[in-house]
Write a protein that binds this ligand. Structure first.
Ligand SMILES: [Fe+2]
Length: 298
């Protein structure tokens, strides 16, 4: 591995949504070429004092919309308001507090999605997966590329450009280390990853995570300020959370037709990245039978 030549992914910063929207489509080209975008103040409205005082139990570390957290907690049944299966209902006895928290989570989710349509308009009809509310302290995570389902092959219906966006809703900056891009890592790995590599990105990322090379790659420290958003495809940009306290993560899949003309979906590019780096492409394995690859079923 040529660690000296393997630079961290490029990072572009925008002050606010107006500046980021004005930069389109260069902002999309940057994201789609495995760059990192930091939007310093997303302008999304939320009750900062209220959100800043929330803490979820460790078992709720990645709880989100697929768990029903922004489903209505109260519905009318036979003339009476009754509680629903929204997990907040079982945790909060007070109706006012329940509705307050629900309303804050719902507006964070909706404003986040509207913001994406404004600053990256090509993704306006993205298939949104989970929106997680991570109100649990995180520190010194292992450096990695995102991989799900124990590194099993992701089924073809999920082979679309991946969107992964993190909104810092804490009062303190969120701190990341950003490492190299997946194509740079392969190109400069000098055969250290074995003779052949899987072309399924989920399997490939798991293989690289297990290889040990990520512990030695060069990284750059990035601070995401309060109310800032970081846009980074965690499957193609090596990353590590150094510190973070409260964050909202929005995941989705873009249609391939939304990509900029110069961009290639990582699922279509993986084979050529592998072969151009001097590896053989391994025969495909059967995909995992279940979903849960970081996105909802398309
Ligand atoms: Fe990650």
């Amino acid at each position: 591995m040529d660690y000296e030549a393997c630079h961290p992914a490029k990072i572009v910063r925008y002050r606010d949504p107006a500046e980021m929207a004005a930069a389109y489509p260069a902002s999309a080209v940057h994201y789609e070429s495995h760059g990192v975008v930091v939007l310093e103040d997303c302008g999304i409205g939320f009750d900062r004092e209220f959100i800043g005082g929330l803490s979820f139990a460790p078992s709720w570390k990645k709880i989100g919309t697929i768990n029903g957290l922004t489903d209505p907690p109260l519905v009318m049944r036979s003339g009476k308001l009754v509680r629903t299966a929204n997990p907040l209902c079982a945790s909060i006895g007070d109706d006012v507090l329940l509705l307050k928290l629900y309303s804050e989570l719902l507006r964070l989710e909706l404003e986040f999605k509207l913001l994406v349509a404004r600053v990256l308009p090509g993704y306006w009809d993205a298939t949104w997966g989970n929106c997680t509310f991570r109100f649990t302290r995180t520190e010194n995570e292992a450096i990695h590329l995102d991989s799900f389902q124990d590194g099993k092959p992701t089924p073809p219906k999920f082979h679309r450009p991946r969107l992964k966006l993190f909104l810092n809703v804490d009062a303190e900056p969120r701190v990341w280390n950003v490492g190299p891009t997946l194509p740079d890592l392969l190109r400069l790995s000098e055969g250290e990853l074995g003779a052949e590599l899987p072309t399924n990105v989920n399997v490939l990322c798991a293989r690289i995570n297990a290889s040990g090379i990520l512990s030695k790659v060069r990284t750059v420290r990035v601070e995401i300020p309060p109310r800032g958003i970081v846009f980074a495809n965690g499957a193609t940009v090596v990353h590590q959370v150094v510190y973070g306290n409260r964050m909202v993560c929005l995941e989705g899949l873009a249609p391939k037709s939304a990509l900029q003309p110069s961009s290639i979906c990582e699922w279509d590019a993986a084979r050529s990245w592998i072969e151009e780096a001097g590896y053989a492409a391994a025969p495909d394995e059967a995909p995992a039978a279940t979903s849960g690859h970081g996105v909802a079923a398309a």
